[in-house]
Write a protein that binds this ligand. Sequence first.
Ligand code: BG6
Length: 446
Amino acid sequence: MTRLVIFGSGDLTKRYLLPAVAELIAADVLSDDLTIEVVGRRELTTAEFHDQLGEPLADVESEPRAQLLELLSYRQGDGSDADDVRRVVGAATGPIVAYLALPPSVFPAAVEALAAVDLPRGSRIVVEKPFGSDAESAAALNELLLDTIPAHDVFRVDHFLGKQTAHDILALRFANSVFEPLWTNRNVASVEIVWDEELALEGRAGYYDSNGAARDMIQNHLLQLLCLVAMEPPSELTSEALADRKVEVLRATHPWDATATSCSVRARYTAGTIGDRDVPSYVDEDDVDPDRGTETYAQITFAIDTPRWSGVPFVLRSGKALSRGRHEVAVRFTQVPPVDFCPDAPQPNVLRFEVKPDRVTLDATLTAGEGMFALAPVVLASKPSEPDLSAYASVLADVLEGDNVLSVRGDEAVEAWRVVQPVLDAWERDDVPLLEYEAGSEGPTV
Ligand code: BG6
C-alpha cells in the first residue's frame, strides 16, 4: 500500500499517527514509495503544517523525521464533504488507505463521502473509536462501511490491541500450561482492568467533553482487554476466530446489578496539584460545558454469564488527573483456606499484566526467614520490556500490510455498546450521582 490519506489534522494525527509513521520509517518497514497526505479544514501550506509538528515529533530522531516530512503533504479539505474528498482523492488509480482521524460525529458523513468517490479496489478505510454512539448508530455505521468496501478492508482500530500487554494476555493464557487450568470462577475471585492516568484533559475538550471516561476508555479499550482475559481459546489466530470468541464474551457480559446503579461510579475532577503541576477544575478547562456533566472518572463492574466466569466481578476503571498512573489488568485468585501451622494469613495471589513498562508480575507468599513458617509477600516479576513498536505503530503497520487480525469486527463494536448502555442510561437519568475528586488525589471517595 503506497498511499495513506489521513483525514483530520488534529491531536490524533499529530500526537499519535505521525510519530507512529516516523517509528515505522526508523524501523525500515515501510514501502519506499509511500506517500502521506494529511487533509485538514484549515487553509495551510505543507510547510506551515510541518511547522506545527515540532513538538509532536520532538522525540523522533532527525533522519526518520526528515524522511517523514519528505513523504508528507498537507491538503486543505473537509473529510466529510464529498466534493472535497473527491478533489483530494482525485483520479486515484491504485488503492488508498483512508484513515478517518476525525471527530466520531462525522464518521458517517466521511464514509458517505468516500462511498461517493468510488475508491479503487483494495482500498482500506480505517475508523477510530468511539465507533458510533450507541448500538444502533454503530450498526448503521457498519452498514455504511460495508456498502462502500468489503468487510476485510474495514479496519476498526483499537490501539490497545497493539499493546504488548494485550499480546501477553494471550501468550500467558495459551502458551503456558500453568495458568489456563486456573482461569475459571473456581480459582479467580475477581478481575480488575484499570487505566488511571495522571494526564488531565490536555486541551482535548472538543472530543472529550462529549464523550467522557466511559465512552473514551471503557466501551472500547478496556472491554477489549476484558475480552482477551475472558474469551475461550480461539481455534486459530485469525481475525474471524478471535472476533467470534470476543463476541461470545460480550454477549454474555452485563452490568453487575440489574438496575446498573450500584455497580458504577462516575466522577469529575476539581482543581488540584499533580506533582508540581497545577491542574484547573475540569469545568474550568477551555471549551468544557459544565452542564453536560461529563465524567472524567468511570468505574463499572460487569458480570460475565458463562460457566467459566459466572460469579466473578470484572471491575473496569479509568480516571484522569489522578495522583499516579496505574495501568494494569489484575487477576486476583481466591484466598487459600487457613493453614494451621502458619501464624499469618497469606495474601491472595494476584497476577498483574502491567503496562508502562510492560511486565507480568505475580504477588505470591513465601517464607520471611524469621522462623520456619513466618510468611511474607513477594513479587515474582518478568523483566520489564520495551516493545519494538509502540501500539499505534504496530496497528498502523498492520493496516498498511492489510493484516486485520487485531482489528475490531463490526459486531464487536455493536455488542460493546449494548454492554455499557444500561449504565450510560442510568447516568443519563441521574440515578447515579456525579461525584467530585480533587486533581492529584486517588479519585472519589465511595
Ligand atoms: C486514548 C484515549 O484512546 O487512549 C485517551 O482517548 C487516553 O484519553 C489514551 O489517554 C491512553 O492510551 P495511551 O496508549 O496513550 O496510554
